[in-house]
Design a protein around this ligand. Structure first.
Ligand code: FAD
Length: 472
Protein backbone atom coordinates (compact mmCIF):
# COMPACT_ATOMS: atom_id res chain seq x y z
CA UNK A 1 0.00 0.00 0.00
CA UNK A 2 1.64 3.31 -0.96
CA UNK A 3 0.88 6.46 0.96
CA UNK A 4 1.40 10.10 -0.08
CA UNK A 5 1.16 13.38 1.77
CA UNK A 6 -0.63 16.28 0.10
CA UNK A 7 0.80 19.41 1.68
CA UNK A 8 -2.02 21.98 1.42
CA UNK A 9 -0.94 25.62 1.53
CA UNK A 10 -2.75 28.34 -0.44
CA UNK A 11 -4.61 25.82 -2.60
CA UNK A 12 -7.49 25.16 -0.20
CA UNK A 13 -9.74 23.29 -2.64
CA UNK A 14 -10.31 19.75 -3.90
CA UNK A 15 -11.17 20.46 -7.56
CA UNK A 16 -8.52 21.60 -10.04
CA UNK A 17 -5.88 20.86 -7.47
CA UNK A 18 -3.06 19.22 -9.46
CA UNK A 19 -1.06 18.12 -6.40
CA UNK A 20 -4.08 16.47 -4.80
CA UNK A 21 -5.15 14.94 -8.11
CA UNK A 22 -1.69 13.49 -8.85
CA UNK A 23 -1.34 12.06 -5.33
CA UNK A 24 -4.74 10.37 -5.48
CA UNK A 25 -4.01 8.86 -8.89
CA UNK A 26 -0.56 7.53 -8.02
CA UNK A 27 -1.08 6.23 -4.46
CA UNK A 28 -3.40 3.91 -2.60
CA UNK A 29 -3.96 6.34 0.27
CA UNK A 30 -3.34 10.00 0.92
CA UNK A 31 -2.90 12.23 3.96
CA UNK A 32 -4.21 15.78 3.58
CA UNK A 33 -1.95 17.99 5.71
CA UNK A 34 -1.79 21.66 6.60
CA UNK A 35 1.38 22.89 8.34
CA UNK A 36 1.03 26.22 10.10
CA UNK A 37 4.42 27.98 10.12
CA UNK A 38 3.77 31.73 9.78
CA UNK A 39 7.22 32.63 11.18
CA UNK A 40 8.73 31.21 7.97
CA UNK A 41 7.16 34.14 6.12
CA UNK A 42 8.79 36.68 8.51
CA UNK A 43 7.44 40.22 7.96
CA UNK A 44 4.81 38.92 5.55
CA UNK A 45 3.18 36.32 7.78
CA UNK A 46 -0.61 36.56 7.28
CA UNK A 47 -2.15 39.69 8.82
CA UNK A 48 -5.18 39.73 11.12
CA UNK A 49 -7.83 39.73 8.38
CA UNK A 50 -6.01 36.98 6.47
CA UNK A 51 -5.83 34.84 9.62
CA UNK A 52 -9.60 35.21 10.04
CA UNK A 53 -10.06 34.01 6.47
CA UNK A 54 -7.58 31.17 6.87
CA UNK A 55 -9.38 29.86 9.97
CA UNK A 56 -12.67 29.60 8.13
CA UNK A 57 -11.14 28.30 4.93
CA UNK A 58 -9.38 25.48 6.79
CA UNK A 59 -12.68 24.60 8.47
CA UNK A 60 -14.34 24.46 5.05
CA UNK A 61 -11.58 22.23 3.66
CA UNK A 62 -11.83 19.97 6.68
CA UNK A 63 -15.59 19.64 6.11
CA UNK A 64 -15.11 18.83 2.40
CA UNK A 65 -12.56 16.15 3.23
CA UNK A 66 -14.85 14.71 5.91
CA UNK A 67 -17.59 14.27 3.28
CA UNK A 68 -15.18 11.91 1.50
CA UNK A 69 -14.32 10.07 4.70
CA UNK A 70 -11.10 12.03 5.18
CA UNK A 71 -9.58 14.41 7.64
CA UNK A 72 -7.31 17.46 7.48
CA UNK A 73 -4.17 16.75 9.47
CA UNK A 74 -3.20 20.11 11.01
CA UNK A 75 0.22 20.70 12.52
CA UNK A 76 1.68 23.89 13.97
CA UNK A 77 5.46 23.94 13.65
CA UNK A 78 8.34 24.31 11.20
CA UNK A 79 7.44 22.92 7.77
CA UNK A 80 10.34 20.52 7.30
CA UNK A 81 10.27 19.04 10.81
CA UNK A 82 6.47 18.68 10.70
CA UNK A 83 6.56 16.91 7.34
CA UNK A 84 9.34 14.61 8.53
CA UNK A 85 7.29 13.69 11.63
CA UNK A 86 4.28 12.99 9.47
CA UNK A 87 6.33 10.84 7.08
CA UNK A 88 7.75 8.85 10.02
CA UNK A 89 4.28 8.33 11.49
CA UNK A 90 2.59 7.31 8.24
CA UNK A 91 5.24 5.64 6.10
CA UNK A 92 4.46 8.08 3.26
CA UNK A 93 6.85 7.84 0.34
CA UNK A 94 6.01 11.05 -1.54
CA UNK A 95 5.07 14.63 -0.69
CA UNK A 96 2.91 16.56 -3.17
CA UNK A 97 2.36 20.32 -3.13
CA UNK A 98 1.37 23.25 -5.33
CA UNK A 99 3.91 26.02 -5.87
CA UNK A 100 3.80 29.56 -4.45
CA UNK A 101 5.85 32.54 -5.64
CA UNK A 102 6.68 34.76 -2.65
CA UNK A 103 10.49 34.97 -2.37
CA UNK A 104 10.69 33.56 1.18
CA UNK A 105 8.31 30.73 0.41
CA UNK A 106 10.21 29.85 -2.76
CA UNK A 107 13.43 29.60 -0.73
CA UNK A 108 11.73 27.60 2.04
CA UNK A 109 10.14 25.19 -0.43
CA UNK A 110 13.44 24.57 -2.22
CA UNK A 111 15.13 23.80 1.11
CA UNK A 112 12.29 21.46 2.17
CA UNK A 113 12.43 19.64 -1.16
CA UNK A 114 16.22 19.22 -0.99
CA UNK A 115 16.11 17.89 2.57
CA UNK A 116 13.26 15.44 1.92
CA UNK A 117 14.92 14.13 -1.22
CA UNK A 118 18.10 13.55 0.78
CA UNK A 119 15.94 11.56 3.23
CA UNK A 120 14.88 9.39 0.27
CA UNK A 121 11.36 10.84 0.07
CA UNK A 122 10.07 11.80 -3.39
CA UNK A 123 8.69 15.34 -3.84
CA UNK A 124 6.41 16.51 -6.64
CA UNK A 125 5.21 20.09 -7.13
CA UNK A 126 2.66 21.67 -9.49
CA UNK A 127 1.16 24.93 -10.70
CA UNK A 128 -2.29 25.53 -9.24
CA UNK A 129 -2.39 29.31 -8.80
CA UNK A 130 -1.64 30.88 -12.17
CA UNK A 131 -2.43 30.52 -15.83
CA UNK A 132 1.30 30.66 -16.54
CA UNK A 133 4.13 30.53 -14.07
CA UNK A 134 6.54 33.48 -13.94
CA UNK A 135 9.45 31.67 -15.61
CA UNK A 136 7.19 30.41 -18.34
CA UNK A 137 6.50 33.84 -19.88
CA UNK A 138 9.30 35.91 -21.33
CA UNK A 139 9.83 38.75 -23.76
CA UNK A 140 11.12 38.14 -27.29
CA UNK A 141 14.54 39.29 -26.12
CA UNK A 142 14.39 36.87 -23.18
CA UNK A 143 13.83 37.97 -19.57
CA UNK A 144 10.77 39.12 -17.67
CA UNK A 145 8.15 41.61 -18.81
CA UNK A 146 8.05 45.01 -17.12
CA UNK A 147 5.09 46.46 -19.00
CA UNK A 148 1.59 45.05 -18.66
CA UNK A 149 0.16 45.38 -22.19
CA UNK A 150 2.75 43.24 -24.02
CA UNK A 151 2.72 40.80 -21.08
CA UNK A 152 -1.03 40.46 -21.40
CA UNK A 153 -0.91 40.17 -25.21
CA UNK A 154 1.47 37.25 -24.79
CA UNK A 155 -0.38 35.61 -21.89
CA UNK A 156 -3.77 35.92 -23.58
CA UNK A 157 -2.63 33.55 -26.35
CA UNK A 158 -1.87 30.87 -23.75
CA UNK A 159 -5.06 30.58 -21.71
CA UNK A 160 -7.75 29.23 -24.04
CA UNK A 161 -8.36 25.52 -24.32
CA UNK A 162 -6.75 24.58 -20.99
CA UNK A 163 -9.38 22.76 -18.95
CA UNK A 164 -9.41 22.60 -15.14
CA UNK A 165 -9.25 19.22 -13.39
CA UNK A 166 -12.39 17.84 -11.71
CA UNK A 167 -12.27 16.92 -8.01
CA UNK A 168 -10.97 13.36 -7.58
CA UNK A 169 -13.94 11.03 -7.12
CA UNK A 170 -12.55 7.98 -5.32
CA UNK A 171 -10.56 8.93 -2.26
CA UNK A 172 -8.87 6.77 0.28
CA UNK A 173 -7.23 8.31 3.32
CA UNK A 174 -4.40 6.92 5.44
CA UNK A 175 -4.45 6.88 9.21
CA UNK A 176 -1.53 8.65 10.90
CA UNK A 177 -0.10 6.64 13.78
CA UNK A 178 1.40 8.19 16.89
CA UNK A 179 0.81 11.96 16.98
CA UNK A 180 -2.67 13.35 16.70
CA UNK A 181 -3.57 16.33 14.60
CA UNK A 182 -3.81 19.79 16.14
CA UNK A 183 -7.25 21.37 16.01
CA UNK A 184 -7.78 24.35 13.71
CA UNK A 185 -9.08 26.25 16.74
CA UNK A 186 -5.72 25.72 18.47
CA UNK A 187 -3.98 27.78 15.79
CA UNK A 188 -5.62 30.87 17.40
CA UNK A 189 -6.23 32.53 14.06
CA UNK A 190 -9.36 34.47 15.03
CA UNK A 191 -9.07 38.00 16.45
CA UNK A 192 -9.58 38.30 20.18
CA UNK A 193 -11.43 41.62 19.78
CA UNK A 194 -14.88 41.70 18.24
CA UNK A 195 -13.57 43.43 15.14
CA UNK A 196 -14.44 40.93 12.38
CA UNK A 197 -18.22 41.00 12.89
CA UNK A 198 -18.72 42.66 9.49
CA UNK A 199 -16.75 39.88 7.80
CA UNK A 200 -19.88 37.73 7.88
CA UNK A 201 -20.54 38.93 4.30
CA UNK A 202 -17.83 36.45 3.24
CA UNK A 203 -18.07 32.67 2.93
CA UNK A 204 -14.49 31.40 2.90
CA UNK A 205 -13.92 28.02 1.28
CA UNK A 206 -14.35 26.31 -2.05
CA UNK A 207 -18.16 26.35 -1.99
CA UNK A 208 -18.17 30.06 -1.05
CA UNK A 209 -15.88 30.82 -3.98
CA UNK A 210 -18.23 29.12 -6.44
CA UNK A 211 -21.21 30.90 -4.93
CA UNK A 212 -19.45 34.23 -5.48
CA UNK A 213 -18.46 33.35 -9.04
CA UNK A 214 -21.94 32.26 -10.02
CA UNK A 215 -23.51 35.41 -8.48
CA UNK A 216 -21.06 37.53 -10.44
CA UNK A 217 -21.73 35.66 -13.70
CA UNK A 218 -25.51 36.05 -13.26
CA UNK A 219 -25.67 39.62 -12.01
CA UNK A 220 -22.62 41.64 -12.96
CA UNK A 221 -20.48 40.08 -15.68
CA UNK A 222 -22.51 41.55 -18.55
CA UNK A 223 -21.93 45.09 -17.24
CA UNK A 224 -18.46 44.57 -15.79
CA UNK A 225 -16.64 46.95 -18.17
CA UNK A 226 -18.97 49.86 -17.29
CA UNK A 227 -19.58 49.08 -13.62
CA UNK A 228 -16.20 47.94 -12.37
CA UNK A 229 -15.19 51.48 -11.43
CA UNK A 230 -18.36 52.33 -9.48
CA UNK A 231 -17.86 51.53 -5.80
CA UNK A 232 -21.54 51.88 -4.88
CA UNK A 233 -22.44 48.95 -7.17
CA UNK A 234 -21.73 45.30 -6.65
CA UNK A 235 -20.07 45.41 -10.08
CA UNK A 236 -16.94 43.33 -9.54
CA UNK A 237 -16.54 39.66 -8.66
CA UNK A 238 -15.11 39.97 -5.11
CA UNK A 239 -13.20 36.79 -5.84
CA UNK A 240 -9.85 38.23 -4.69
CA UNK A 241 -9.68 36.52 -1.25
CA UNK A 242 -10.92 33.24 -2.73
CA UNK A 243 -8.24 33.44 -5.43
CA UNK A 244 -5.57 34.39 -2.91
CA UNK A 245 -6.27 31.34 -0.74
CA UNK A 246 -6.60 29.11 -3.78
CA UNK A 247 -10.21 28.15 -3.08
CA UNK A 248 -10.78 28.58 -6.80
CA UNK A 249 -8.24 28.78 -9.62
CA UNK A 250 -8.00 31.31 -12.45
CA UNK A 251 -8.32 28.36 -14.83
CA UNK A 252 -11.67 27.40 -13.25
CA UNK A 253 -12.88 31.01 -13.34
CA UNK A 254 -12.02 31.44 -17.02
CA UNK A 255 -13.54 28.09 -18.02
CA UNK A 256 -16.78 28.77 -16.11
CA UNK A 257 -17.19 32.28 -17.52
CA UNK A 258 -16.49 31.10 -21.05
CA UNK A 259 -19.16 28.45 -20.64
CA UNK A 260 -21.67 30.93 -19.17
CA UNK A 261 -20.96 33.47 -21.90
CA UNK A 262 -21.47 30.83 -24.59
CA UNK A 263 -24.77 29.74 -23.01
CA UNK A 264 -26.32 33.18 -22.68
CA UNK A 265 -27.95 34.49 -25.81
CA UNK A 266 -26.34 37.90 -25.34
CA UNK A 267 -22.94 36.44 -24.70
CA UNK A 268 -21.20 38.65 -22.20
CA UNK A 269 -17.82 39.94 -23.25
CA UNK A 270 -15.50 38.29 -20.76
CA UNK A 271 -12.32 39.96 -22.06
CA UNK A 272 -12.28 42.96 -19.67
CA UNK A 273 -12.62 40.57 -16.76
CA UNK A 274 -9.92 38.20 -18.00
CA UNK A 275 -7.64 41.21 -18.41
CA UNK A 276 -8.00 42.02 -14.69
CA UNK A 277 -7.02 38.46 -13.87
CA UNK A 278 -4.08 39.19 -16.17
CA UNK A 279 -3.01 41.94 -13.73
CA UNK A 280 -2.94 39.32 -10.99
CA UNK A 281 -0.64 37.20 -13.14
CA UNK A 282 1.51 40.26 -13.88
CA UNK A 283 1.83 40.95 -10.14
CA UNK A 284 3.10 37.42 -9.55
CA UNK A 285 5.43 37.68 -12.55
CA UNK A 286 6.95 40.88 -11.12
CA UNK A 287 7.24 39.57 -7.57
CA UNK A 288 8.99 36.41 -8.69
CA UNK A 289 11.48 38.17 -10.96
CA UNK A 290 11.95 41.26 -8.77
CA UNK A 291 11.65 39.84 -5.24
CA UNK A 292 12.53 43.11 -3.48
CA UNK A 293 9.46 44.98 -4.73
CA UNK A 294 7.41 44.55 -1.53
CA UNK A 295 9.77 47.00 0.19
CA UNK A 296 11.94 48.67 -2.45
CA UNK A 297 11.09 50.87 -5.43
CA UNK A 298 10.80 48.87 -8.60
CA UNK A 299 12.12 51.96 -10.37
CA UNK A 300 15.42 52.76 -8.58
CA UNK A 301 15.17 56.40 -9.68
CA UNK A 302 12.55 56.71 -6.91
CA UNK A 303 15.02 55.78 -4.19
CA UNK A 304 15.96 59.45 -3.86
CA UNK A 305 12.36 60.69 -3.54
CA UNK A 306 11.84 63.10 -0.65
CA UNK A 307 9.08 61.48 1.38
CA UNK A 308 7.73 63.60 4.20
CA UNK A 309 8.79 62.55 7.69
CA UNK A 310 6.71 59.72 9.07
CA UNK A 311 3.63 61.36 10.58
CA UNK A 312 2.02 59.02 13.13
CA UNK A 313 -0.96 61.33 13.66
CA UNK A 314 -1.72 61.64 9.95
CA UNK A 315 -1.30 57.91 9.48
CA UNK A 316 -3.74 57.21 12.31
CA UNK A 317 -6.39 59.51 10.82
CA UNK A 318 -5.95 57.84 7.43
CA UNK A 319 -6.30 54.36 8.98
CA UNK A 320 -9.37 55.37 10.96
CA UNK A 321 -11.11 56.96 7.96
CA UNK A 322 -11.06 60.42 9.53
CA UNK A 323 -9.07 62.39 6.94
CA UNK A 324 -12.00 64.70 6.17
CA UNK A 325 -11.94 63.63 2.49
CA UNK A 326 -15.22 61.71 2.08
CA UNK A 327 -14.38 59.15 -0.63
CA UNK A 328 -11.11 58.30 1.16
CA UNK A 329 -12.81 57.91 4.54
CA UNK A 330 -15.57 55.80 3.00
CA UNK A 331 -12.92 53.44 1.60
CA UNK A 332 -10.93 53.19 4.82
CA UNK A 333 -14.08 52.50 6.83
CA UNK A 334 -15.25 49.89 4.32
CA UNK A 335 -11.85 48.22 4.71
CA UNK A 336 -12.04 48.17 8.51
CA UNK A 337 -15.62 46.91 8.54
CA UNK A 338 -15.45 44.26 5.81
CA UNK A 339 -11.77 43.48 5.15
CA UNK A 340 -12.14 44.59 1.52
CA UNK A 341 -12.15 47.82 -0.46
CA UNK A 342 -13.20 48.59 -4.02
CA UNK A 343 -10.28 48.86 -6.47
CA UNK A 344 -10.99 52.44 -7.57
CA UNK A 345 -11.12 53.54 -3.93
CA UNK A 346 -7.90 51.62 -3.12
CA UNK A 347 -6.23 53.84 -5.72
CA UNK A 348 -7.69 57.01 -4.18
CA UNK A 349 -6.76 56.22 -0.56
CA UNK A 350 -3.27 55.20 -1.69
CA UNK A 351 -2.88 58.41 -3.68
CA UNK A 352 -3.90 60.58 -0.71
CA UNK A 353 -1.40 58.81 1.53
CA UNK A 354 1.56 58.76 -0.85
CA UNK A 355 1.05 62.05 -2.70
CA UNK A 356 -0.98 64.53 -0.66
CA UNK A 357 0.46 63.32 2.66
CA UNK A 358 3.72 62.12 1.07
CA UNK A 359 3.96 59.18 3.45
CA UNK A 360 6.02 56.25 2.16
CA UNK A 361 3.93 53.69 0.27
CA UNK A 362 5.24 50.83 2.45
CA UNK A 363 3.27 52.29 5.40
CA UNK A 364 0.03 51.95 3.47
CA UNK A 365 1.03 48.56 2.09
CA UNK A 366 1.52 47.27 5.66
CA UNK A 367 -1.88 48.53 6.82
CA UNK A 368 -3.53 46.85 3.86
CA UNK A 369 -1.54 43.71 4.65
CA UNK A 370 -3.05 43.54 8.11
CA UNK A 371 -6.64 44.52 7.26
CA UNK A 372 -7.44 43.12 3.80
CA UNK A 373 -8.97 39.65 3.56
CA UNK A 374 -7.38 39.47 0.09
CA UNK A 375 -3.95 40.72 1.25
CA UNK A 376 -1.59 39.33 -1.36
CA UNK A 377 2.11 40.17 -1.46
CA UNK A 378 2.27 40.31 -5.26
CA UNK A 379 -0.89 42.36 -5.87
CA UNK A 380 -0.48 44.60 -2.85
CA UNK A 381 3.10 45.58 -3.66
CA UNK A 382 2.22 46.15 -7.31
CA UNK A 383 -0.88 48.21 -6.39
CA UNK A 384 1.00 50.46 -3.97
CA UNK A 385 3.96 50.98 -6.27
CA UNK A 386 1.62 51.63 -9.19
CA UNK A 387 -0.12 54.45 -7.33
CA UNK A 388 3.09 55.82 -5.80
CA UNK A 389 4.59 56.04 -9.29
CA UNK A 390 7.65 53.94 -8.45
CA UNK A 391 6.37 50.65 -9.88
CA UNK A 392 6.65 48.73 -13.14
CA UNK A 393 4.33 50.29 -15.72
CA UNK A 394 3.08 52.64 -12.98
CA UNK A 395 0.84 55.68 -13.21
CA UNK A 396 3.18 58.63 -13.85
CA UNK A 397 3.91 60.40 -10.58
CA UNK A 398 2.64 63.75 -11.85
CA UNK A 399 -0.83 62.28 -12.39
CA UNK A 400 -2.20 62.91 -8.91
CA UNK A 401 -5.77 61.83 -8.32
CA UNK A 402 -8.11 64.57 -7.19
CA UNK A 403 -10.35 62.69 -4.73
CA UNK A 404 -13.21 65.20 -5.15
CA UNK A 405 -13.47 65.00 -8.95
CA UNK A 406 -12.89 61.21 -8.79
CA UNK A 407 -15.70 60.93 -6.25
CA UNK A 408 -18.04 63.03 -8.43
CA UNK A 409 -17.21 60.87 -11.44
CA UNK A 410 -17.37 57.40 -9.92
CA UNK A 411 -19.85 57.91 -7.07
CA UNK A 412 -22.02 60.66 -8.60
CA UNK A 413 -24.92 60.38 -6.14
CA UNK A 414 -22.56 59.83 -3.23
CA UNK A 415 -24.27 56.50 -2.48
CA UNK A 416 -20.99 54.82 -1.54
CA UNK A 417 -19.97 57.71 0.71
CA UNK A 418 -23.38 57.86 2.38
CA UNK A 419 -23.21 54.13 3.11
CA UNK A 420 -19.84 54.27 4.88
CA UNK A 421 -19.76 57.80 6.28
CA UNK A 422 -23.03 58.21 8.19
CA UNK A 423 -22.17 61.81 9.14
CA UNK A 424 -22.72 62.63 5.46
CA UNK A 425 -25.77 60.46 4.85
CA UNK A 426 -28.00 63.52 4.44
CA UNK A 427 -25.49 65.82 2.76
CA UNK A 428 -27.22 67.79 0.03
CA UNK A 429 -25.93 67.44 -3.57
CA UNK A 430 -22.26 68.16 -4.15
CA UNK A 431 -21.54 68.61 -0.45
CA UNK A 432 -21.32 64.86 -0.06
CA UNK A 433 -18.07 65.03 -2.04
CA UNK A 434 -16.73 68.27 -0.48
CA UNK A 435 -18.60 69.06 2.76
CA UNK A 436 -16.13 71.82 3.71
CA UNK A 437 -17.71 74.00 1.00
CA UNK A 438 -20.51 74.82 3.45
CA UNK A 439 -19.16 75.73 6.90
CA UNK A 440 -22.57 75.54 8.59
CA UNK A 441 -23.26 72.06 7.18
CA UNK A 442 -19.77 70.83 8.13
CA UNK A 443 -20.22 72.00 11.72
CA UNK A 444 -23.68 70.38 11.94
CA UNK A 445 -22.54 67.07 10.45
CA UNK A 446 -19.80 66.36 12.98
CA UNK A 447 -17.58 65.30 10.06
CA UNK A 448 -13.93 66.39 10.32
CA UNK A 449 -12.41 69.25 8.33
CA UNK A 450 -9.90 67.97 5.69
CA UNK A 451 -6.56 67.18 7.31
CA UNK A 452 -4.72 68.44 4.26
CA UNK A 453 -5.29 71.09 1.63
CA UNK A 454 -5.65 69.17 -1.62
CA UNK A 455 -4.29 71.95 -3.82
CA UNK A 456 -1.18 72.94 -1.88
CA UNK A 457 -0.29 69.33 -1.00
CA UNK A 458 -0.57 68.41 -4.67
CA UNK A 459 1.81 71.22 -5.56
CA UNK A 460 4.24 70.14 -2.84
CA UNK A 461 4.19 66.57 -4.18
CA UNK A 462 4.85 67.79 -7.70
CA UNK A 463 7.70 69.90 -6.34
CA UNK A 464 9.27 66.85 -4.68
CA UNK A 465 8.91 64.94 -7.94
CA UNK A 466 10.53 67.77 -9.89
CA UNK A 467 13.43 67.80 -7.39
CA UNK A 468 13.88 64.06 -7.96
CA UNK A 469 14.04 64.57 -11.75
CA UNK A 470 16.62 67.30 -11.36
CA UNK A 471 18.80 65.02 -9.23
CA UNK A 472 18.97 62.44 -11.99
P1 FAD B 1 -12.43 42.06 -9.96
O1 FAD B 1 -12.55 43.38 -10.62
O2 FAD B 1 -13.60 41.20 -9.95
O3 FAD B 1 -11.19 41.34 -10.63
C1 FAD B 1 -11.04 39.92 -10.69
C2 FAD B 1 -9.72 39.50 -10.10
O4 FAD B 1 -8.65 40.03 -10.87
C3 FAD B 1 -9.49 39.97 -8.69
O5 FAD B 1 -10.10 39.13 -7.75
C4 FAD B 1 -7.97 39.97 -8.59
O6 FAD B 1 -7.48 38.68 -8.33
C5 FAD B 1 -7.57 40.37 -10.01
N1 FAD B 1 -7.35 41.81 -10.07
C6 FAD B 1 -8.24 42.77 -10.36
N2 FAD B 1 -7.66 43.99 -10.37
C7 FAD B 1 -6.36 43.78 -10.08
C8 FAD B 1 -5.23 44.65 -9.93
N3 FAD B 1 -5.32 45.96 -10.11
N4 FAD B 1 -4.05 44.10 -9.60
C9 FAD B 1 -3.92 42.77 -9.43
N5 FAD B 1 -4.95 41.89 -9.56
C10 FAD B 1 -6.15 42.40 -9.89
N6 FAD B 1 -5.53 42.79 -4.93
C11 FAD B 1 -5.37 41.69 -4.18
O7 FAD B 1 -5.84 40.61 -4.56
N7 FAD B 1 -4.68 41.74 -3.00
C12 FAD B 1 -4.12 42.89 -2.54
O8 FAD B 1 -3.48 42.89 -1.47
C13 FAD B 1 -4.30 44.08 -3.30
N8 FAD B 1 -3.83 45.27 -2.86
C14 FAD B 1 -4.01 46.40 -3.62
C15 FAD B 1 -3.48 47.61 -3.18
C16 FAD B 1 -3.65 48.77 -3.93
C17 FAD B 1 -3.07 50.08 -3.42
C18 FAD B 1 -4.36 48.71 -5.14
C19 FAD B 1 -4.57 49.96 -5.95
C20 FAD B 1 -4.88 47.52 -5.60
C21 FAD B 1 -4.71 46.35 -4.86
N9 FAD B 1 -5.23 45.10 -5.30
C22 FAD B 1 -5.04 43.98 -4.53
C23 FAD B 1 -5.86 44.97 -6.63
C24 FAD B 1 -7.39 45.12 -6.69
O9 FAD B 1 -7.79 46.27 -5.99
C25 FAD B 1 -8.14 43.91 -6.14
O10 FAD B 1 -7.63 42.72 -6.72
C26 FAD B 1 -9.63 43.98 -6.48
O11 FAD B 1 -10.19 45.16 -5.95
C27 FAD B 1 -10.34 42.77 -5.92
O12 FAD B 1 -11.72 42.87 -6.09
P2 FAD B 1 -12.50 41.90 -7.07
O13 FAD B 1 -12.15 40.49 -6.80
O14 FAD B 1 -13.94 42.27 -6.99
O15 FAD B 1 -11.90 42.33 -8.47
Amino acid sequence: MSTAIVWFRRDLRLADNPAFDAAVRAHDRVIAAYVHAPEEECAWAPGAASRWWLHHSLKALEASLAKHGGHLHVVAGPSLASLRDLIAASGATTVYFNRLYEPRIVRRDKAVRRALEQDGVAVASFNAALWCEPWDVETKQGGPYKVFTPFWRHLRTRIDGVEPLPAPSRLSFAEVGGGGSDAIDDLSLLPTRDWARGFSIWHPGEAGAWEMLSLFADDALAHYAESRDLPARHGTSRLSPHLHWGEISPLQVAAYLREQAARQRNAADIEPYLRQLGWREFGHHLLYHFPKTPTESFNPAFDGFQWAERDAHALRRWKQGRTGIPIVDAGMRELWATGWMHNRVRMLVASLLTKNLRQHWVLGEKWFWDTLVDADLANNAMGWQWVAGSGADAAPYFRIFNPVTQSEKFDPEGAYIRRWVPELADAPGRLVHAPWEDEAFLARSGYPRPMVDLKTSREAALGAYQALREKR
